[in-house]
Design a protein around this ligand. Structure first.
Ligand SMILES: Nc1ncnc2c1ncn2[C@@H]1O[C@H](COP(=O)(O)OP(=O)(O)O)[C@@H](O)[C@H]1O
Ligand SMILES: [Mg+2]
Length: 269
């Protein structure tokens, strides 16, 4: 069964899209087959994977509102080895309104993923919008596991409380949802801010893991503009090395056991 992992944080700029792309590339390098879902109307992941939005017949918007569609039908191949993508389109912003009229609107993504034959994939990675809205709730209901990318910033810790409040409320709909851990991104190793943030995370969230940190690198961040992954664009760079470590970390973290009792890591409110 494919592991469904969402890169989730309602704060913008925490490297959700960069991490989805490069972890997908890292898993692809390891011979895994990955399906990525771009759930952000800004379609940054779609553009970063080299997919041309203008010519797309279908997007994740269609998938959400049409119950006859499957993610495998909507998926397109990308320039990144091993990676297929369910692309986003600016239309996705309208899905929020359209879903208002749909019964169980927060379960639509979950339904489509449950109904699909995902046996061609080892992982489904979901890139989230910088918001807590119906699209993000759909992600939280559908995911097995969350990775929370977090950048050293004084506001980063404050947004976590709201994030975990929301996760706590969604647990009713997705009791087995498991928070894999925090992924520190854009970390400047000599920065006091980063060291303080990591220390606070460990103190406040002792049950949650810290994934291998991704260093700050202006050049590493240019790969999205190159419409490929850092692993391909700058294979020996510290950012590429870090994302390979994140990929390996995720592979070695045990996948969630299907459980009816729905225990998982209890999240601090
Ligand atoms: N390791 C990094 N070093 C420097 N800049 C980065 C790094 N990772 C991402 N960025 C840049 O930070 C910005 C936000 O990243 P992005 O992945 O779009 O975040 P999000 O999807 O969470 O909004 C982008 O301009 C991106 O190029
Ligand atoms: Mg993004």
């Amino acid at each position: 069964m494919a592991r469904i992992i969402a890169f989730f944080n309602q704060k913008g700029g925490t490297a959700k899209t960069t991490s989805t792309l490069n972890v997908a590339a890292a898993l692809g390098e390891r011979g895994r087959r990955v399906l990525a879902l771009d759930m952000d109307p800004q379609a940054s992941l779609t553009m970063a994977t080299g997919v041309d939005i203008a010519t797309l017949p279908l997007s994740v918007y269609d998938l959400l509102i049409d119950e006859d569609l499957s993610p495998t039908t909507v998926a397109v191949p990308t320039a990144i080895p091993g990676l297929d993508l369910v692309p986003a389109h600016p239309d996705l912003a309208a899905a929020e309104l359209e879903l208002l009229n749909v019964l169980e609107r927060e379960r639509q993504l979950d339904r489509r993923l449950r109904d699909a034959d995902l046996s061609a994939y080892d992982y489904v990675l979901i890139d989230s919008p910088p918001a807590l809205n119906i699209l993000s709730i759909n992600i939280l209901v559908a995911a097995h596991e969350l990775v929370i990318p977090i950048e050293p910033h004084p506001l980063s810790l404050m947004v976590l409380r709201r994030l975990f409040d929301t996760v706590g409320r969604v647990r009713r709909l997705n009791p087995a949802l498991r928070v894999l851990g925090f992924l520190p991104t854009k970390v400047h190793h000599s920065s006091r801010l980063a060291a303080d943030m990591l220390a606070t995370l460990i103190e406040e969230f002792p049950d949650l893991a810290l994934l291998p940190a991704v260093p700050l690198s202006v050049r590493g961040a240019e790969s999205a503009a190159e419409r490929t992954s850092v692993l391909q664009y700058m294979p020996r760079s510290p950012v590429a090395t870090a994302y390979r470590q994140v990929g390996a970390w995720i592979e070695s973290s045990a996948p969630i056991a299907p459980s009816r009792s729905g225990e998982g890591i209890v999240v601090h409110g």
